[in-house]
Design a protein around this ligand. Sequence first.
Ligand code: DC
Length: 219
Amino acid sequence: MVIAIDGPAGVGKSTVAKLLAARLGYLYLDTGALYRAIAWKTLQSRIRPSDHEQVATLLPATSIHMQFHHGTMQVLVDGIDVTGELRAPEVTAAASVVSAIPAVREWLLPLQRQIGQRGSVVAEGRDIGTKVFPAAPFKFFLEADSDVRVARRHHELVAAGRSGTVEATSRDLSDRDQRDRTRSIDPLVPAGDARLIDTSALSPDQVVEQMIAAVSTGS
Ligand code: DC
């Protein structure tokens, strides 16, 4: 069984998905990390992330492996553990750009579905309920006011020792959102059968409680 969690950046998806996976004893699949892994390799290879053709030529020569330990997911690109580098600001920006390339999305699809076949997975991303696991029995789409998302993301960056201005964080989030929502392939939209949760005024635990209630009543 797959539980799909989608939504824009800064909405609390990762926190909630990890908590939910831990509560249910499910695997936590962070699909954004896969787009970040392609972005990492693109930057390493000195290719512009917006160069569709060059990025596409990288793919057949790339191997991505995921390792799951105690609710965390590690990503190996060509045998190198790059997990610690995937949240660097330049990788974040490049991930948003390469994720609009159809060849990248197609290449990552079977990788994500293979993990889903293991069963008992909480998968988090942008197109999980619409494209990766359209038959998932439980789909959640998280939203939050944009100022709340900016404040959360800024807080996270400061906690990670990567502080910038609130204005820069706000610009970054709205640029990414715009790209994710308007790309021609698999844009960020709620699946027709997704349950919408506005997390603006909720703690992560409160969101998880709502999800558990939905899953346990089968609604
Ligand atoms: O969730 P994240 O911030 O780690 O995602 C990084 C980028 O990858 C984000 O800008 C959008 C893209 N992404 C996607 O297009 N589809 C997914 N299922 C997950 C992430």
